[in-house]
Design a protein around this ligand. Structure first.
Ligand SMILES: NC(=O)c1ccc[n+]([C@@H]2O[C@H](COP(=O)([O-])OP(=O)(O)OC[C@H]3O[C@@H](n4cnc5c(N)ncnc54)[C@H](OP(=O)(O)O)[C@@H]3O)[C@@H](O)[C@H]2O)c1
Length: 328
């Protein structure tokens, strides 16, 4: 039986690894994605005890939700579905939620999250509307995503129960450890960690930054003059590749792929409820399942923390690795 962890105070139990569905439905960012692969991954995941699936209305203009619905046909009751609203406008939250329900072919969302904070909508009003959806049974739990300390505090101060905060977390992106993770632990808010492989970079397949596809080199880790980047910072390219070299050595000593070590390290960290891995094919799922079975020793975790610390210091406590400007 695969271990299950509870999402905050919601009582919803999920596996320590979940399926990230951003690529599903196919689109510009991730390229084509066959429905047959989506369906095969979903079935193999459920068979193995992985029950959490993470999607969003914004992923491929709703096609990710649609593809997930097709994949889960007949097995929806075995799954815990998290989806996200892009624009938390209290006036349109309900109709957006209903549209997600139609695309997901279900009459409830398990965890409904605000994808990113938006300054133009008061958090209190968005959360009040989400609470009404919860009372009406459209959603089981309220979640947020990419909420910084101030924004999460505002959401918690409404008195609503916030089940999870979905945040970027991986060996090369550890900012949440400094302030947000302790805050979530203090208030019993689960953390759904995203991008455990930093979109493929933590598989160790790249040795130079110019080998990384531009869409994946837009993060604050890399220089702002790289295509697609919009963060205005100098990056930390040297520290990234030094950290990768250190991780590579530890993975070699453990005799496991770097991706497995990266996912397992994050799953082992206190405060992390579930790590969402963008899993596009059954062969990837099969490999990633080993990450749930493998528990790194305290020495391995410490060594990984040490080799990634200079990068953490350079990138600092800002947990928005995309633009650097949206999380407070
Ligand atoms: N809330 C947010 O703002 C937010 C932001 C980002 C992501 N997310 C969520 O988090 C999920 C995960 O993040 P992500 O998909 O962006 O990044 P990720 O999980 O770090 O990386 C996904 C990529 O890693 C590769 N991969 C997966 N397993 C592999 C394996 N065993 N060996 C080699 N390569 C492997 C796949 O590449 P190939 O393309 O080569 O198959 C896949 O596309 C998303 O799907 C989404 O649900 C949320």
């Amino acid at each position: 039986m695969m271990e299950k962890r509870t999402c905050g105070k919601s009582g919803i139990e999920i596996s320590p690894m979940g399926i990230g569905c951003w690529a599903y439905g196919g689109g510009d960012y991730w390229g084509p994605q066959a429905q047959s692969d989506v369906t095969a991954v979903a079935h193999a995941a459920l068979d193995a005890g992985i029950n959490f699936f993470d999607t969003a209305e914004g992923y491929n203009s709703g096609r990710s939700e649609e593809a997930l619905a097709v994949a889960l046909k007949g097995r929806r009751h075995e799954a815990v579905i998290g989806t996200k609203i892009s624009t938390p406008d209290p006036l349109t939250i309900r109709e957006r939620c209903e549209a997600s329900l139609r695309r997901l072919q279900t009459d409830y969302v398990d965890i409904y999250m605000i994808h990113w904070p938006h300054d133009e909508f008061a958090i209190e009003e968005s959360v009040a509307e989400l609470t009404r959806l919860q009372e009406d049974g459209l959603i089981r739990a309220i979640g947020v995503s990419n909420f910084g300390v101030e924004q999460l505090t505002a959401a918690l101060n409404t008195g609503a129960s916030i089940a999870v905060n979905q945040l970027c977390y991986n060996l090369l992106s550890r900012a949440i450890e400094l302030e947000l993770l302790p805050l979530c632990q203090k208030h019993n808010v689960g953390i759904l960690g995203y991008m455990p492989l930093l979109q493929g970079i933590l598989t160790g397949q790249y040795t130079r930054v110019d080998e990384i596809p531009p869409v994946h080199a837009r993060f604050r880790h890399f220089r702002d003059d790289r295509p697609n980047a919009a963060h205005g910072e100098e990056g930390a390219e040297e520290e990234v590749f030094e950290a990768l070299e250190g991780i590579r050595k530890i993975a070699a000593a453990e005799q496991i792929p770097m991706s497995r070590l990266a996912i397992a390290w994050a799953i082992a960290k206190p405060g992390i409820t579930c790590m969402l891995v963008g899993t596009r094919k059954v062969v990837e799922l099969k490999e990633n399942l080993h990450a749930v079975e493998y528990t790194p020793s305290a020495d391995v975790i410490e060594s990984l923390d040490i080799v990634t610390s200079p990068l953490l210091e350079k990138l600092g406590a800002n947990p928005d690795y995309f633009t650097g400007g949206r999380m407070r």
